[in-house]
Design a protein around this ligand. Structure first.
Ligand SMILES: [Zn+2]
Length: 65
């Protein structure tokens, strides 16, 4: 299940929600002030959070797939 990151426009809190694909902002409410005025942020939690070293195709790591 993908993780979506939101930013509350009312209190400014950033929070993350596990949501199904196609969920919209109206399905999300701020956990702090319960406001639904939230903005979806661009999250890079697609598959791996390994951003320290992104191997190219020539670099074969044994720990990968
Ligand atoms: Zn809020």
């Amino acid at each position: 299940m993908p993780i979506y990151e939101y930013n509350c426009l009312d209190c400014g809190r950033e929070f993350m929600l596990f949501q199904k694909m196609g969920a919209s902002e109206s399905d999300s409410a701020c956990p702090q002030c319960k406001s639904t005025k939230v903005k979806k942020l661009i999250s890079s939690f697609s598959c791996s959070s390994d951003t320290s070293s992104v191997p190219t195709a020539s670099t074969h790591r044994s720990g990968g797939m």
